[in-house]
Write a protein that binds this ligand. Sequence first.
Ligand SMILES: C=C(O[C@@H]1C=C(C(=O)O)C=C[C@H]1O)C(=O)O
Length: 101
Amino acid sequence: MNVASSDSATAGPGEPAPEEIAELRKEIDYLDSEILRLVRRRIEVSQKVGKARMAAGGPRIVTNREMAVLARYRELGPDGRELAMALLRLGRGRLGGERSE
Ligand SMILES: C=C(O[C@@H]1C=C(C(=O)O)C=C[C@H]1O)C(=O)O
């Protein structure tokens, strides 16, 4: 049964009732806003560290740190890897020589 298109249907055992669905969707919206806030902060912090390191003559990328980030998201499987890669790319921004396409 598709809860998204049958709000008037009776919820089965263990399934959230329509009013619970509305509450759960509010929670999803809240979680997305928090995730975005945290991702924006992560970008800020990552760029700050990157700029300081490069200003001191250090490398653009620190491979062992990036490997540790990838390992952290491994529990989410291949999508976790993509998520970690996207976070690393976002942190590099223009520092990473990313093209604006
Ligand atoms: C933030 C840093 O700079 C870069 C960005 C990283 C990140 O976003 O997690 C990790 C390693 C570095 O390539 C760092 O060196 O810790």
